[in-house]
Design a protein around this ligand. Structure first.
Ligand code: PGA
Ligand code: ZN
Length: 436
């Protein structure tokens, strides 16, 4: 079915900041739309999010230029094209832009079209979005539900620096969405009650996690553990822990500066701190543990993780060589977010350098659906874990839920179990579970 019209509008995201929604109309008159999210702790290598810079509107944050680029430049170029030919349409968008980081048209403009086209193509083929993505791009792989990385406490830039680590997440062991969400919601509610009893704030941060003022990262983890134990859940049994350190945000000239205490840690000190946290709390995933160009320390932590894995696999042999048996308990992944910015070129470099063992995938860091799929496939081919992710500024569009299931990614990270822009994605997974 051919595209008969394209229209973009400026809408607001979950922080009340402008973003873009694009509508694709097909020859039969049906219309499909998609909206793009926006980050706060953005990586400096991300594709360009075009903002107006006109101080008279939305403090310069308007996206009318991006909207105009869709309506005036992209629209005439894609009208009449076959909607199912997503790769061709994405190539056309890249050519119209012609820059290496989408600074001419804006990654926000381009992605809104790319996502809306994908949704329209699925509908015109009478397929749910996940099935369309799965058939077109992942034809030999069975779709599969990702495990959920559910943010329960927000810190760092997302919550006024109440502590340094940006996201404290629980990862239910079940990958059945309704079961995993029940575990996450139980812990989240209980945690809220416990914080209230201690007269601590239960206001939520940008991604829906609570943002109490607590003295240390460890105390945050202890609060979550207590809540889980209150629910009779055991760490390592019904759930595990994951962290997004977003370390670029507290990195300055070779030092990692803890905002709470003013401590200036060297990279080695920070790495040892992570390993201590990992051992104490059985943390299974460290996202952006170091700054976005600190390839070397990513490599070091990844080889620490590999050592842990080997100990777990071949325990007794290595114990004899004098290893600490306590480290044998855990395996963990090192995740690159700002390090890779979903850019296949940077992911390739990471694979060559063994700089991590997982990649966080955010569509708007790279700016088209097909480049995102390339990033996912490259990561999967390397035997690494894939995590589809929301942004801290979101919309009600659940596109990433279908993407995660259709691409069979290992995890999805889409915030807490409150705030409807986060639940839109979780609830979409429940719909898919119920074959809707
Ligand atoms: P962001 O945060 O959307 O503000 O970049 C999310 C993350 O770092 O994963
Ligand atoms: Zn991150």
């Amino acid at each position: 079915m051919k595209i008969s019209d394209v229209k973009a509008i400026e809408i607001l995201d979950s922080r009340g900041k402008p973003t873009i929604r694009t509508f694709i109309k097909l020859k039969d008159g049906s219309t499909y739309s998609s909206s793009v999210p926006s980050g706060a702790s953005t990586g400096k290598h991300e594709a360009v999010e075009l903002r107006d810079g006109d101080a008279k509107r939305h403090q310069g944050q308007g996206v009318l230029k991006a909207v105009k680029n869709v309506n005036k430049i992209i629209r005439p170029a894609v009208i009449g094209l076959e909607v199912a030919d997503i790769a061709k349409i994405d190539r056309k968008l890249l050519k119209l832009d012609g820059t290496d980081n989408k600074r001419k048209l804006g990654a926000n403009a381009i992605l809104s079209v790319s996502q809306a086209v994908t949704r329209a193509a699925a509908a015109s083929g009478n397929l749910p979005l996940w099935k369309f993505i799965n058939q077109l791009f992942f034809n030999k792989k069975k779709p599969r539900f990702p495990r959920l990385m559910v943010n329960v406490i927000n810190g760092g830039k997302h919550a006024n620096w109440n502590f340094d680590i940006q996201e404290f997440m629980i990862v239910p062991t079940s990958n059945v969405p309704s079961q995993a969400l029940q575990v996450a919601a139980d812990i989240f509610q209980r945690l809220g009650n416990n914080l209230r009893k201690q007269k601590l704030s239960t206001l939520v941060g940008d991604e829906g996690g609570y943002s109490p003022v607590l003295p240390s990262n460890e105390q945050v983890l202890d609060e979550i553990l207590t809540a889980a134990i209150n629910c009779r859940f055991q760490n390592g049994n019904q759930f595990e822990f994951a962290l997004d350190c977003a370390a670029s945000e507290f990195y300055d000239k070779g030092r990692y500066i803890l905002q709470k205490t003013g401590q200036r840690l060297t990279d080695d000190e920070l790495r040892r701190y992570y390993l201590k946290l990992q051992k104490t709390y059985h943390i299974i995933s460290f996202e952006d543990p170091f700054a976005e160009d600190d390839w070397e320390n990513f490599q070091k932590l990844t080889s620490d993780a590999e050592r842990c894995r080997q100990i777990t696999l071949h325990g007794p042999k290595i114990f004899k060589k004098g290893r600490d048996p306590k480290t044998a308990q855990d395996q963990f992944i090192v995740v690159g977010d700002d390090l890779y910015v979903t850019n296949p070129k940077r992911i390739k470099k990471g694979i060559d350098l063994k700089a991590s063992s997982a990649v966080l995938i955010k569509l708007n860091q790279i700016g088209t659906v097909t480049e995102t799929i390339d990033a996912i496939k490259m990561t999967q081919r390397a035997g690494w874990k894939t995590i589809i992710s929301h942004r801290s500024g979101e919309t009600e569009d659940p596109f990433i839920a279908d993407l995660a299931y259709g691409a069979g990614t290992d995890f999805i990270k889409t915030g807490s179990v409150c705030r409807s822009e986060r639940l839109a994605k979780y609830n979409r997974l429940i719909e898919i579970e119920n074959k809707l």
